[in-house]
Design a protein around this ligand. Structure first.
Ligand code: SAH
Ligand code: TRP
Length: 388
């Protein structure tokens, strides 16, 4: 799966997973994805099995991942202007590059969010003493340990459910959490949170560990969505996503949402255009994902990283600029695509919010804000929301 991981990413591996023995598959229990139309009411079948290993549900096995990537790339490369969807940044290399981004001096969001979490994790655990912590877009789940610690102290945590598109990072992180938190089961979900929210463990359509008589009321879920990742969704998609999540919620469940806040554009741009060029490599990685998975021949050196602040939309926009006229052949799609010199292709937006704006978006999706915190400088916010 990672046979073509370039040297830069291997170096990064050490920082993401210091001490991990790469790829030891023991302790991972496979749970084949059940057909979606038969998941509604599992009476004890499937589900998370507490014990030595982590349980895995795959909504994005190889074939589905391929079909989904192919459809997105075809649509994006034939659109005008062209655009590639950001979830495909995150193969094993992309996740490692992102992990390096989080340690860059210019990239303040991770440190700020860490500070807000450290200061308020106990309050969060008191407000929502969850038995299951679900984390969407979990990546390496590093900051999440602050929540796990606080929930464990509150005494009721039974299960951690990391959910991510990048299976390799997800499983490694899940196993590390399992090792650090004896007595807590880990149920990893490989999926797309834009498409597979209906299958969250503990939901009607999800697994069945806690479904059925008695269990439902007892399983209280906290859904953490950190890193400002919600800002990578366009406004319409955010609304759809939040409503889909709200639909899964029962009384007692809560959402903990991490969002970056509007600030001086110079700081914003620097966070997405670092001097070491890590963000540039991360941005170009989407092309190497397409090269590998769709048999394409993008020349990564032919594309330059662009990060620009868009004040009207209140987002940082990432693009790849073709430095010359060139062609790329996406063989798996039978698609040859031509770029003019300086033609730009959008790859990512990262929306910056205001505290009131966040509350209004949550309210529109049927979620009431019960608390909101920022770091002392007001750079980054955490919002705790419950079904209204
Ligand atoms: N939560 C971590 C990582 C943030 S990076 C942090 O705060 O540092 C965004 C993460 O979301 C990546 O791990 C990426 O693989 C995942 N991701 C992006 N789009 C996704 C999608 N549509 N569905 C599931 N995971 C997604
Ligand atoms: N969720 C992160 C953010 O918006 C993702 C991210 C950080 C990112 N740096 C990036 C996405 C560079 C694309 C390019 O801050």
């Amino acid at each position: 799966m990672t046979s073509r991981t370039p040297a830069t990413a291997r170096e990064a591996r050490g920082s993401a997973f210091a001490g991990a023995t790469g790829g030891d598959p023991s302790g991972i229990r496979d749970e084949p994805t059940r057909p979606k139309d038969t998941t509604a009411n599992g009476s004890g079948s499937g589900g998370s099995v507490p014990g030595a290993g982590i349980t895995v549900t795959r909504h994005l096995a190889a074939a589905e991942r391929h079909a989904s990537l192919a459809a997105d790339v075809r649509a994006g490369l034939t659109a005008n202007p062209r655009e590639l969807p950001p979830k495909w940044f995150y193969d094993a290399t992309g996740s490692l590059l992102f992990d390096r981004i989080t340690r860059l001096p210019e990239y303040y969001p991770t440190r700020r969010e860490h500070a807000v979490l450290a200061a308020n994790a106990a309050r969060i655990a008191t407000a929502c003493p969850a038995t299951t912590l679900i984390e969407l877009g979990s990546g390496t789940s590093e900051k999440t340990r602050l929540l796990l610690d606080a929930l464990r102290k509150a005494g009721v945590l039974r299960r951690f459910v990391p959910f991510d598109v990048d299976e390799e990072t997800l499983l490694r992180a899940g196993q590390e959490i399992l090792r650090s938190y004896p007595g807590i089961s880990v149920h990893a979900v490989v999926g797309d949170f834009e498409r597979h929210l209906a299958f969250l463990p503990g939901s009607a359509g999800g697994d069945s560990e806690s479904a059925g008589a008695g269990g439902v009321a007892a399983d209280r879920r906290l859904v953490a969505f950190l890193g400002g990742t919600i800002g990578n969704l366009r406004p319409e998609t955010r609304g759809t996503f939040l409503r889909a999540l709200r639909d899964q919620f029962r009384d007692g469940d809560a959402l903990l949402l991490g969002t970056d806040l509007v600030k001086d554009p110079a700081r914003l741009v620097a966070a997405y255009d670092d001097s070491a060029g890590v963000t540039a490599a991360f941005n170009r990685n989407v092309l190497s994902v397409i090269n590998r998975e769709l048999d394409a021949d993008f020349d990564l050196r032919g594309f330059a990283h662009v990060a620009a602040w868009d004040p009207e939309n209140s987002w940082i926009e990432m693009r790849l600029r073709s430095v010359r006229e060139q062609e790329a052949n996406v063989r798996a799609l039978g698609l040859v695509t031509r770029f003019g010199a300086d033609e730009q292709m959008r790859t990512e937006i990262s929306t910056k919010f205001t505290l009131e704006g966040i509350r209004a978006e949550l309210a529109a999706a049927g979620l009431g804000t019960s608390a909101q915190w920022t770091d002392p400088d007001g750079d980054f916010a955490l919002t705790l929301a419950v079904p209204a």
